[in-house]
Design a protein around this ligand. Structure first.
Ligand code: SF4
Length: 289
């Protein structure tokens, strides 16, 4: 991390900041409307600004190692995770090259290039090769633009996945619980991974950010997050930052409601009263589909 960025991050430590997105959202660019595209966007990300998304999965259904109750890509079909016929690496590379060239020629303004899409990016079988290829494309078409990933952390038991993730500039991992029961209730992992294992895996990575969805009525996790188990997990992981957000789009399952900003602020203050870390509360936007 360069010195200026580190200085900026240090200044925010111990603070809770509300992040609002005031610019207009172009719904047609979002993943729900671009599921057949490998490259979609740029979208307006509350965390990353103008983010050009990379989706390694097809549109049929969500391909993920989790089945989060609030997922904006719909329910995960559990019986497909080990059997799905993924798009070939050649096909993905072709589409990436074509889209990057297009956006470069059109001088599309972007702030980040981001692995996030219709499932867990690291679950794509050739994820390490694709990361290397995207780094080459970035250097060719968008030099200096940083790369980011949103991940649930389940695949970081694999050394080649860890090495690939370490090549990315901004690594944001989900942690939606502070205990095993709530982890199973909200994230619904489709393998036997436990809350403790996920925390241990995240603790092996340096310089990551943690992103926690907050649900405080219906099916909820607020009690689990505002608890010593979550704080202990954060202390073990030592992230640079914690992001708190709630849903502002139709979730995969019923019984989920958006948490108010005031509830997320209370949670943020609980976190900063227990550890010296920056917490960003991402204000919800309007529903757009
Ligand atoms: S980890 Fe992400 S993509 Fe997977 S089910 Fe959860 S929210 Fe959806």
């Amino acid at each position: 991390m360069d010195g200026k960025l580190k200085f900026e991050e240090d200044k925010l430590k111990g603070k809770v900041i509300v992040v609002s997105q005031k610019e207009e959202i172009f719904a047609e660019n979002y993943i729900w409307n671009c599921k057949n595209k490998v490259v979609y966007g740029p979208i307006l990300s509350r965390r990353l600004g103008k983010s050009l998304g990379i989706n390694l999965f097809p549109s049929d259904f969500n391909i993920c190692t989790f089945d989060c109750i609030y997922c904006d890509c719909g329910p995960t079909k559990r019986n497909t995770v080990n059997t799905y016929n993924f798009a070939s690496m050649e096909k993905i590379k072709d589409e990436l090259e074509h889209s990057f060239e297009h956006h470069s020629q059109n001088r599309t303004p972007i702030d980040y290039i981001t692995f996030a899409g219709n499932g867990e990016p690291t679950y794509y079988p050739f994820f390490p090769e694709i990361v290397n290829f995207v780094l080459e494309l970035r250097d060719k078409y968008f030099p200096q633009k940083p790369l980011a990933i949103f991940s649930n952390g389940t695949m970081i038991s694999k050394q080649e996945v860890i090495e690939s993730i370490e090549k990315l500039d901004e690594r944001i991992f989900k942690l939606d619980a502070g205990d095993e029961r709530t982890f199973k209730l909200i994230s619904r992992p489709n393998n036997n991974v436990s809350f403790e294992e996920i925390v241990d895996r995240l603790a092996n990575l340096k310089g990551i950010k943690i992103s926690s969805a907050v649900l405080c009525s219906g099916i909820r996790n607020l009690g689990s997050l505002k608890n010593c188990g979550y704080i202990e997990a954060l202390k073990k992981i030592e992230p640079h930052e914690v992001h708190l957000y709630s849903i502002d789009y139709p979730p995969a399952y019923r019984g989920i409601r958006r948490a108010r900003v005031s509830k997320m602020l209370e949670l943020g203050q609980y976190i900063t009263s227990n550890m010296d870390i920056a917490v960003k509360v991402l204000r919800a936007r309007k529903a757009w589909r």
